[in-house]
Design a protein around this ligand. Sequence first.
Ligand SMILES: Cc1cc2nc3c(=O)[nH]c(=O)nc-3n(C[C@H](O)[C@H](O)[C@H](O)COP(=O)(O)O)c2cc1C
Length: 417
Amino acid sequence: MKYICTYCNIYAYDEEKGDLDTKLEPGTKIEDFPDLWLCPVCGMPKEYLQEVRDDIFSLKMTAYTETQHDTKDLNYYRSIVRKMLVGICGEFSVCDGQPDRTCTGQKFGASIGFGGAGQGKTFEANYNSLQRYKLKMRVIKPHKAPKMSTSIFDKKIAVPFMGASISGVKNSMNDVVPEDALYRGLLKGAMSSGSIGLVGNTPESPDDLGVNIVGENNGWGIPIFKPQSQERLLQLIRLADELNAIAVGVDLDGAGSTYWNASNKPVYRKSEKDITELVDSTEKPVIFKGIMCIEDAIKILDSGANACYVSNHGGRVLDGGQGMAEVLPEIANEISGKIPIMADGAVRTGFDVLKVLALGADIALIGRPLARMSISGGEVAVKMYYKYVKDDLEKAMILTGCDNLKEVNMDILTISN
Ligand SMILES: Cc1cc2nc3c(=O)[nH]c(=O)nc-3n(C[C@H](O)[C@H](O)[C@H](O)COP(=O)(O)O)c2cc1C
């Protein structure tokens, strides 16, 4: 018998042939699938498979095979990464942290993979809080191609969005590629898109791996270090200086990292004195990431830092927390125009980027989707995602009446409850 997955409407399965990619021998009947089997396209369980007529099946099978092997577009890389991340991420058409997703739910001490901490409520809140805002369409105005280039840290960039700092292939991404391959894809894909990539910091690899890959990329990138001991942070910042990184950063919310603590590599909260010392230790711009309240934003400003990065780590550290879009407007109200504001959390499309800018950020950052592109197709796939976001951002600016980024503000948004 022949089946398709009715959830994604892409995956096709022929009992007679089996599916060696998902370890199903020829002749394996649906009822004999392992209980943990998930559709390699959408990550849903076998209950979504339904029998189809032979003619429909062959159409579906052709489309499925072509998407995977011939048409090297974003969907091609998405289909690859679905297989790479089986069991931890379904590469759903919307990456929203909602409760029925493969990545969400309590992990009881096991790796959180691509999901969020605890029950995943903060990840969910990132998505929900951003989607409460709606874009107002305003189309009567002389036509102009929107100008979306901007500059940050004295560097001109083609688009007002960047790739967030990501790390941890071993713990969080089924150990599918070496850690440095992840970083290279993120940095090079950003650079060839006219933007700047960030890289993270994992206890699974030497803590200077990210900054060294930034160095390999002629400094075009930003390493974000975990809040380790002050002494080690000062050394890492010095190395970033030597390697001529565009800027350096510390994810202060990394103080809650389970992986670092579990690996006996302690991470700490930082005091105002600590963060000022870090800023004073280098000529490079310093970013503090993990800012989710006005009090912290003011302390960042007072430290002399060069950017305030509003983020809850994609909901991966503190569960039951606020979504990024819940706090960004009030933080922006306080510090906008004083230092650049960067913000991330469930930013997926060019439409989302426009909302985040309208809420007060200077730069929006994208995490999970770019990480998936990097592990499946490196620079090429990351670049495709940048283009996808850029094209929608352009469209969104045209349709909301924004000719340039200065015209992007709260007036283009409405909020629903
Ligand atoms: C698998 C994974 C690993 C991450 N590793 C780091 C890291 O090493 N350093 C860091 O500052 N943030 C890290 N983050 C958080 C991201 O920089 C970013 O804040 C978050 O992914 C944004 O949310 P989004 O993925 O929903 O776009 C990681 C996120 C994920 C999903």
